[in-house]
Design a protein around this ligand. Sequence first.
Ligand SMILES: Nc1ncnc2c1ncn2[C@@H]1O[C@H](COP(=O)(O)OP(=O)(O)OP(=O)(O)O)[C@@H](O)[C@H]1O
Length: 470
Amino acid sequence: MGHDILIVDDERDICSLIAGILEDEGHTARRAHNSTEAIEAIRQRRPAMVILDVWLQGSELDGLQLLEVIRREDPPIPVVMISGHGTIDTAVSAIKSGAYDFIEKPFKADRLLLVVDRAIEADRLKRENATLRRRAGGEVSFVGTSVTASNVRSQIDRVAPTGSRVLIAGPSGVGKETVARLIHQGSKRAEGPFVVVNCSTLPAERLEIELFGTDGETDQDTLRVSGAFELAHGGTLLLKEVADLPLGLQSRLARVLQEQSYLRDAGRTRVEVDVRVLASSAQTLQDRIAEGQFREELFHRLNVVSLRVPPLSERREDIPELAMDLLKRLADATGLPMRTLGEDTSAALQGHDWPGNVRQLRNVIERLLILAPADGGPIRADVLPNDVSEDAPSVLRWEKGGEIMQLPLRDAREVFEREYLLAQVTRFGGNISRTATFVGMERSALHRKLKSLGLHGATGDERTGAEPAA
Ligand SMILES: Nc1ncnc2c1ncn2[C@@H]1O[C@H](COP(=O)(O)OP(=O)(O)OP(=O)(O)O)[C@@H](O)[C@H]1O
């Protein structure tokens, strides 16, 4: 993918030469001939990198002074210096001040392109590393074998390459950000940035700066901050908890989505951006519209395609695989040895309702990994937190209770069968066919058994496992 590169050189011929080389490679080359024009161009839109002449004749700031201004951008923009024969020493000291590299005039096109590619790649890796460190992540995927999970995956595959805006709905911790990341990765913008802004965590004024940046003079004395829209140029911006966006900002956002440009700081600089916007919300936006808290116009702009991520309690079958995936990620991130889960633990996890969804599951798995006795064996259910083990099928708790020991064999067997089958049917999300396969019974025999134990009603009507309507 081409990048947006700013060339700053007082010699117009050199500017044109470099621009030609970059444009042949599919980049966008903007030109500035002095520091004032350069600062103006950066204000208009944050470039992916700057190629800067050490010697800027007739300019208010010379190359090194301008470098200092550019490096104070937040986050810093990579800069490659151009030096003439007599200015190599200056170029070297520019590197000490944070320039990525320099090229010496006269230079060959190959050398220029190599340095440009490296500078952009190094910057991308630096940012990606920071993101990865934050998330202790690895490859992102939407894990789960249930029909519901594969339905989510196929919706992601369908919508990702279209470039449409997508509104991702679903309760907290369910994987909405994961879905957004996958949509970005499956799109033509995959090489571009993926930027996330949480609309529920910042006060209105900070949020406005976060989204649209500022030319400076804030109370924090920042020279200039690039907004998320600029940072996401050529890529994707996810607006998390978009329902919490203050009404004033909602109007502004609706305009930006329409125009793909905005005036930073009430009119001083027009910023043009090419950004795919995704939004997520745990609240139902239609309810917020009815309450007068969300602008219908913005809703329609964001909701070109809608994608719902169902809660974990609607896809219990996914829990063991998700738990193993989380266990592996956490073991990799912490350096703790990888473990397996006992059947009792898996079943207990599947019995719980998980109001906090996958995020809550992740916390429990982390606790298991840390607290489980390091005996090398599978992690047993007795290490689970109380609220989870309380929801475990009682068949798992008998060894502690002893209720069954007071019964004659025939009654004890019936109690056991009922609890065992109820637990298994719950594990498989009420799907009788899958339960039957797992417990080793014919489907019709299982039906009869459940009926004779008075369980048919308790499991609800049989779910067919057919793909639910989107
Ligand atoms: N299907 C999934 N496969 C793998 N990991 C998942 C899946 N769903 C969620 N996760 C993991 O669960 C955690 C929470 O997911 P995520 O941040 O995407 O949820 P969310 O719906 O955006 O949450 P919130 O809206 O509360 O911020 C993350 O660590 C994510 O990696």
